[in-house]
Ligand binder design. Structure first.
Ligand SMILES: Nc1nc2c(c(=O)[nH]1)N[C@H]1C(S)=C(S)[C@@H](COP(=O)(O)OP(=O)(O)OC[C@H]3O[C@@H](n4cnc5c(=O)[nH]c(N)nc54)[C@H](O)[C@@H]3O)O[C@H]1N2
Ligand SMILES: Nc1nc2c(c(=O)[nH]1)N[C@H]1C(S)=C(S)[C@@H](COP(=O)(O)OP(=O)(O)OC[C@H]3O[C@@H](n4cnc5c(=O)[nH]c(N)nc54)[C@H](O)[C@@H]3O)O[C@H]1N2
Ligand SMILES: [Mo]
Length: 764
């Protein structure tokens, strides 16, 4: 590009950037109809003091003093060669003494968009090559429950979320969208690997203008955009299954359910109907019953049920509903409600799990594979469902349930992380601190001094995306982007690939790790798969040099054919669903056979076992932040501009604020039995009564003093959330909601120290 501008891409959009030695200028991609303001976080981050400039090692680790880890910043700066020698020796020691199943390399996290410098692929490949494997994690924080339940009852998570109903179908065909958890534009701004066009706002506007009625079932009104002109149904948090059952009951009693569809395409409806009608437990799940639980008037439930079969109706269930205890149930019951309406597989109708939760959904997928870094083979059997990290570290050797199996937590001696921030993403941070004190060694590659870096032993400075060349691509985006280096690396930062290559050399496996390729040769190699697939179909397939010169490449898309559900609807014999019966499982013999009280054989109303109490009367929504991706670049300009007095903003309803004497802009303290944090109050009638909304991503900033449960002075909701699995079936993350109390904070306001780098200390 001219004038020093380079094409680049991120999880939140494609753009061009220019570096003047101090700051970065950003120009969103001209083809993007609604670029994300999160791009603004790049402008001042490259040389921010929060960046890690040199390798650092915790002094107490170097000196083997046995002190517990702390956020005290006592790190010794060491030259690269010395640190790499130390680390290679430590990895060898742990591997030789305890085996590869003592190394946790799950390393969950979003890292950055480039497909070659993909931190997870790099670390997994390194551990596979060097040690034959590592203890891994399965599933995600995003879809912990749904990824496990959906294949039992309907089909793969991938097929149901990403290859299903499209925004085009909705604009053209859909009469009613019942969106559980909404479809907030702030969420679909983001797609891992990249997103070059943000189409959701205009798609919803177009649909609404044609007459689609949107219903936003959510504690937050803004979970559907203005353009959708939605009706807001602010039901009590965590009660969606009761509402779905109430709707289903009304359908049945009024004879509005599609018996033909249920008979032809589903199995187990009769057993479920007994539950719905209360034949065995004496409790019909009628609208009155649902009203008591959800707080929504019974007449409104009946009226909504009558509307559902009147036109083309789409039911969506967001990720957030299943990031809670018993999160399997709303995912399953949403599908059952849609099955009862008989529209599954019709254009713009039926069921789409997690539509709008990310920019991956509602689109056509690419017809060719995108470049992906091969990770090699992991020979270690032991794994955990990803959100069981603290459980694993605290309870080596303890058995746990997962998806019909009884597994055992391995005994982890070394934790290695690259591209994720567990002190952002995990629940109950005070418990996580105790867990992170168990292993002998914690290693992290980071771009910045995140709380995870601060709590590790060996901290290696990684380049950030703008400091290296890469290829940006996602299976749901029709453009491959040449991500050109914008600026030189900060300090002594190195690419993850370079770091692992240097370690591999010390461990005698360099050739196996690099296969003799440098970064550029790897990119060319990975690109070749895509190029060959394009060439095979007669598409424009330039060589790598030409792609790099152009800066981008268009990828063809698969047709908008409704995917698995449409094929199944059209011919259920030829296109059986990948479930045990080949049909939609309203009752699952498999799940019933596991005999889990917290996940029975059909969708069931199971209340949360930690309901609000007089002391903790409010429900906290700890959702995805609008001003950044998770915790990434929280120190960046756009994220910072949204804070008040440096704190993350917590919204609450005027009624709840008044009852507690809280005014707009006040600093408040949110607390429960697990922890406490400060935040700045914003009073808003877009938040339902009884709810506090504090998004995730403010860097954990513990006040000095209290070692067990320090106050987070910045506003990280994960000091409050509960660290339990969704159920014995999926053991997914339950971080979306928790109970809290809230009061005005009148003490002296502690400074924000989260972005202050540690000052290196001398070795004693
Ligand atoms: N309470 C609560 N908690 C939640 C959620 C919730 O709803 N509520 N949501 C959950 C969900 S869905 C998710 S996906 C997780 C997200 O959790 P994470 O994916 O862990 O969060 P990120 O902030 O994206 O962390 C990525 C880290 O990688 C670093 N990084 C970026 N590029 C590179 C690189 O090239 N190399 C290296 N080595 N590092 C790099 C960034 O600086 C950042 O610290 O959070 C989960 N946590
Ligand atoms: N800007 C931005 N976008 C993102 C991300 C980000 O960090 N920043 N992260 C991305 C990632 S990794 C993921 S997995 C997705 C996550 O996608 P989601 O999990 O769907 O997103 P959230 O914003 O956490 O939650 C959506 C909404 O669900 C509502 N909700 C919470 N509990 C309940 C409930 O019990 N019932 C009902 N009806 N509604 C409820 C909340 O009001 C919340 O705003 O978002 C992606 N998009
Ligand atoms: Mo996620």
């Amino acid at each position: 590009m001219n004038d020093g501008w380079s094409s680049h891409s991120s999880h939140w959009g494609a753009f061009s950037a220019r570096w003047d030695g101090r700051g970065v200028e950003i120009a969103p991609d001209p083809g993007d109809p609604a670029p994300s303001p999160i791009l603004g976080n790049f402008t001042d981050t490259l040389r921010h003091r929060a960046r890690i400039e040199r390798p650092m090692v915790r002094r107490s680790w170097l000196e083997k003093t046995g002190e517990p880890r702390a956020f005290d910043g006592a790190f010794v700066e060491l030259p690269w060669d010395e640190v790499l020698d130390l680390l290679a020796a430590e990895l060898s020691r742990v591997h030789t003494s305890y085996g590869a199943d003592a190394i946790y390399g799950g390393s969950y996290g979003w890292a950055s968009a480039g497909r070659f410098h993909h931190a997870q692929s790099q670390i997994h490949r390194f551990l596979n090559v060097a040690f034959g494997g590592y203890v891994r994690s399965v599933n995600s924080y995003s879809a912990g429950a749904s990824a496990v339940i959906l294949p039992h009852v309907l089909g793969s998570f991938e097929a149901l979320s990403r290859r299903n109903v499209t925004w085009d179908q909705i604009s053209e065909h859909t009469d009613l969208v019942l969106a559980f958890g909404g479809m907030a534009l702030k969420n679909s701004m983001v797609a891992s690997g990249g997103i070059s066009r943000h189409i959701e706002r205009d798609a919803m506007r177009k649909a609404a203008q044609r007459g689609t009625r949107f219903y936003c079932v959510s504690p937050l009104r803004d979970d559907l955009p203005e353009q959708a002109d939605a009706t807001w149904l602010p039901i009590k948090v965590g009660t969606d299954v009761a509402l779905m059952l109430g709707l289903a009951h009304s359908l049945v009693t009024e004879g509005l359910h599609d018996r033909g569809f249920l008979a032809r395409y589903c199995t187990g409806y009769e057993l479920f109907e007994r539950y719905l009608l209360g034949i065995d437990d004496g409790q019909p799940k009628h609208a009155g019953w649902a009203s008591e639980i959800t707080g929504m008037p019974a007449a409104d439930i009946v009226a909504l049920a009558r509307r559902l079969p009147q036109g083309r109706t789409l039911i969506t269930v967001s990720h957030s509903l299943q990031r809670a205890q018993h999160g399997e149930q709303p995912v399953w019951m949403g599908a059952v409600l849609a099955a009862m309406l008989g529209q599954i597989g019709l254009p713009g109708g039926g069921y789409n799990y997690a539509l709008g939760a990310l920019g991956h959904t509602g689109r056509r997928v690419n017809a060719v594979p995108i470049p992906t870094m091969p990770q090699g083979r992991n020979g270690v059997d032991a794994f955990i469902p990803v959100a069981r990290i603290s459980d694993m570290l605290l309870n080596p050797g303890r058995p746990f349930d997962y998806n019909g199996r009884t597994l055992t937590y391995p005994d982890i001696k070394l934790v290695y992380w690259a591209g994720g921030n567990p002190f952002h993403h995990h629940q109950d941070i005070n418990r996580l601190r105790r867990a992170f004190n168990v292993p002998q060694t914690i290693v992290v590659h980071e771009t910045a001094w995140t709380p995870t870096a601060r709590f590790s032993d060996i901290v290696l400075p990684a380049t950030m995306t703008l400091e290296r060349d890469d290829i940006g691509a996602a299976a749901t985006d029709p453009r491959l982007i040449a991500m050109r280096k914008v600026a030189p690396p900060v300090g002594e930062a190195r690419d993850d690939f370079e770091i692992f290559s240097a370690l591999a050399r010390r461990l005698g496996v360099e050739q196996a790790f690099t296969e003799g390729r440098d970064s550029r040769q790897w990119m060319e190699h990975l690109y070749e798969t895509t190029r060959q697939a394009l060439a095979a179909r007669g598409w424009d397939a330039p060589d790598f040099a030409e792609f790099w010169r152009r800066g981008e490449l268009a990828l063809p898309s698969e047709p908008d054919d409704g995917g698995l559900l449409r094929a199944f609807r059209n011919d259920p014999e030829a296109h059986k669903l990948p479930t045990p019966s080949g049909k939609i499982e309203i009752f699952s013999e498999t799940i019933a056979g596991f005999d889990y009280a917290d996940c029975p054989g059909h969708p069931t109303w199971l209340p949360c076992t930690e309901p609000p109490t007089p002391r903790y009367a409010l429900t906290l929504i700890a959702n995805q932040p609008a001003t950044r991706l998770h915790s990434q670049l929280d120190f960046g300009r756009h994220s910072q501009s949204s804070k008040i007095a440096g704190r993350e903003v917590a919204r609450l309803n005027p009624v709840d604020a008044e009852a507690r004497g809280i005014a707009d802009g006040d600093i408040i303290r949110l607390f429960n039995d697990r922890g406490a944090c400060l935040a700045a109050a914003a009073i808003s009638d877009r938040v339902a009564e009884g709810v506090v909304h504090l998004p995730t991503g403010a860097w954990y900033d513990p006040a000095a003093g209290d070692a067990d449960a320090p106050l987070c002075v910045h506003g990280n909701p994960n000091v409050l959330t509960r660290d339990v699995g969704t159920s014995r079936l999926a053991q997914g993350c339950t971080g979306q909601v928790t109970i809290v109390a809230c009061e005005k904070y009148t003490g002296p306001l502690p400074p924000i120290l989260a972005y202050e780098p540690p000052t290196p200390v001398a070795q004693r």
